[in-house]
Design a protein around this ligand. Structure first.
Ligand code: 6AU
Length: 242
């Protein structure tokens, strides 16, 4: 069962090279923390990523909210990914027909396929990647999750995991990533609901927590990122030693 295996064992079980690399980083950096750097100015993002970099396995971006996006931003981000050993996840949530998604992923201004190690897609249009949302009242439940899992298994050369609020499968090679995480729980004014790292990784048995404003919104992001890393990794260790 995935939830009782170590990240090292799961890296060995995975065929997909990105999944293998991610499990490897998680094991080596003792980090199952992704930071979502949802800031709108390139320089602020780069500064934040350099601060939290030592503590994360993944940096997640939303490049379409950046006001001053350039190729230079991408090359700086890539340099930081090498310096701190993390993967870059562009949270683009593709949701259109294949032909349109090909253009959106490979072309346009952002050319996501050139630099993002990981991206994501809704499965509403058919084969893609699951989205099970953290916002209240989301419709991604039941049959949608089941169908998405099937799509993932049918395309396991390309799919490395899911965005989900609790573990949706025990396949060792798929990584369950949970957004909507804050040490103090709660929510925001627009429907976001927060769970704690322990609740996500120990109780709901997911693998990796995605934290945005809980880290980027504080005055000492590096120290707080380390707190989240320790909390999420201890919850993983507690789970596998059960
Ligand atoms: O910690 P926050 O609330 O500041 O940021 C959470 C981040 C945001 C969302 O776009 C994203 O996680 N997210 C996702 C993802 C990762 O796809 C899905 C979801 O259901 N909820 C969610 O918050 O960048």
């Amino acid at each position: 069962l995935a939830s009782s295996m170590t990240f090292k064992q799961r890296g060995e079980a995975a065929q997909n090279l990105v999944a293998r690399r991610l499990f490897n980083i998680m094991e080596n950096k003792q980090s199952n923390l992704a930071v979502s750097v949802d800031l709108t100015k390139s320089a602020d993002i780069i500064k934040m990523v350099d601060q939290v970099g030592p503590h994360v396995c993944v940096v997640k971006t939303h490049v379409d909210i950046i006001e001053d996006f350039t190729a230079d931003f991408v090359s700086k981000l890539q340099k930081l990914a090498e310096k701190h050993n993390f993967l870059i996840f562009e949270d683009r949530k593709y949701a259109d027909i294949g032909n349109t998604v090909c253009h959106q992923y490979g072309g346009g201004i952002y050319k996501v396929a050139d630099w993002a190690h990981i991206t994501n897609a809704h499965t509403v249009p058919g084969p893609g990647v699951v989205q099970e949302m953290s916002s209240s009242g989301n419709l991604a439940t039941g049959e949608y999750t089941k169908e998405t899992l099937k799509i993932a298994r049918d395309h396991s050369d390309f799919v490395i995991g899911f965005i989900c609020q609790s573990r949706i499968c025990e396949d060792p090679e798929f990584i369950c990533m949970t957004p909507g995480v804050k040490l103090e729980g709660g929510g925001d004014s627009l429907g976001q609901q927060y769970t704690t790292p322990r609740d996500a990784v120990f109780s709901r048995r997911t693998d990796l927590v995605i934290v945005g404003r809980g880290i980027t919104g504080v005055t000492n992001p590096e120290a707080v990122a380390n707190e989240y890393r320790l909390a999420a990794f201890a919850s993983y260790q507690e789970r596998i030693s059960q």
